[in-house]
Ligand binder design. Structure first.
Ligand SMILES: Nc1ncnc2c1ncn2[C@@H]1O[C@H](COP(=O)(O)OP(=O)(O)OP(=O)(O)O)[C@@H](O)[C@H]1O
Ligand SMILES: [Mg+2]
Length: 332
């Protein structure tokens, strides 16, 4: 399964949920991240760890003897003919210890993974599936980077995976999250307050969580039991500022100056979809000459096409943040 979606949309939360379901059913969960070296990490650390857990060395010796039927011969690691373990052999070793259950491998932040690493993982996975081994692979990452990886020659197999692109929450779901989370906490949102919070969150899980937290904290500090719409409104700028510092600032870090100028020009034109011609004009350029910059920004998942000749910011409040501080707050 391939899960893709914008920053903070809930990919990691969903991966964790899937891991929990697998674990509840007795599956072994192997977790890796594209930020480290997922294949080396799985081969050298994660899988050996699980094998040790399932089959401590004392027990292994006995079972090794009975299977091999060779008397006292044991599989010593100093054997010069011992093949170097690969992700494939390690997984087979682990799977051999399981009965009636399987292995779930999850790789988060796949967009940062090395292409060669993902190819190796895909090849091993395909090999195990061909032998009808009980193994599942779920990867999650930002849309563009994930697509890039899945378009490599070695990962063809993954292209046929089930693909889920996470979109924003519906307003109804966002409202439910806020209501259910505060239920029974002694502090309630009025229906209008929920509506205001839902407006600020724009279906973005990170913001639902953040605005809910800010309002609840303030109410608790002031010893209030009800959160009103005006209270939510007062937390708005704090939410935008936090979102800027925690999400936008990070995603803008390596964006070159030319692309930054395009984003700023878009922000100055206002929120919502903007015509690419207007953005180009604001930059004193022709639409054609800005198409490359625009394509790079779409690749970075910072903006997205919004109908004919228009683009919009992918994440909520980026425009507002760029018009405001556009950087993290400095504290003395
Ligand atoms: N379905 C959901 N309902 C409520 N809150 C959610 C949901 N999914 C995610 N969240 C919250 O949203 C925030 C961001 O989620 P998460 O870290 O999973 O996003 P992500 O897509 O992995 O982000 P990144 O691209 O930065 O890794 C977290 O605080 C999480 O608790
Ligand atoms: Mg994540």
């Amino acid at each position: 399964m391939v899960i893709s979606g914008a920053r903070g949309i809930g990919k990691t939360a969903l991966l964790t949920e899937l891991e929990d379901i697998a674990a509840t059913r007795g599956w072994i969960v192997l977790r890796a991240s594209g930020r480290d070296n997922p294949v080396a990490d799985l081969t050298d650390t994660v899988i050996p760890g699980k094998i040790l857990e399932l089959d401590p060395p004392s027990r292994r010796k006995v079972s090794g003897v009975s299977i091999a039927g060779l008397g006292s011969v044991s599989t010593s690691t100093s054997d010069p003919l011992q093949p170097v373990p690969t992700i494939n052999t390690r997984l087979r070793e682990l799977l051999a210890l399981l009965e009636g259950t399987g292995v779930l491998i999850t790789v988060d932040e796949i967009q940062d993974a090395d292409a060669e690493d993902i190819t190796r993982l895909a090849v091993a996975y395909q090999d195990l599936v061909r032998d009808r081994m009980e193994v599942s692979l779920v990867v999650a990452g930002l849309p563009f980077g994930t697509d890039r990886l899945l378009n490599l020659p070695g990962t063809t197999f993954l292209r046929r995976a089930e693909r889920y692109d996470l979109g924003p929450l519906t307003d109804e779901d966002a409202g439910d999250v806020i209501r259910h989370t505060t239920d029974g906490s002694g502090i309630e949102f009025t229906p209008e307050a929920v509506e205001t919070a839902v407006d600020i969150a724009e279906g973005y899980p990170y913001l639902v969580q953040l605005i809910g937290y800010l309002c609840w904290e303030t109410a608790q500090r002031k010893e209030r039991t009800v959160i009103e719409a005006a209270d939510v409104d007062r937390e708005r700028s704090e939410a935008v500022q936090s979102m800027g510092a925690q999400v936008h600032f990070i995603s803008l870090k390596e964006v070159p100056a030319g692309q930054r100028r395009y984003l700023s020009a878009m922000a100055e034109l206002g929120d919502g979809p903007q015509s690419t011609a207007d953005v180009a004009e604001a930059l004193g350029k022709t639409t054609g000459s800005t198409s490359d910059v625009r394509a790079r920004l779409i690749e970075r998942d910072l903006i997205q096409p919004a109908g004919r000749g228009k683009v919009e910011f992918t994440l909520p409040h980026l425009g507002e943040w760029l018009r405001g501080p556009g950087t993290v707050r400095r504290v003395q």
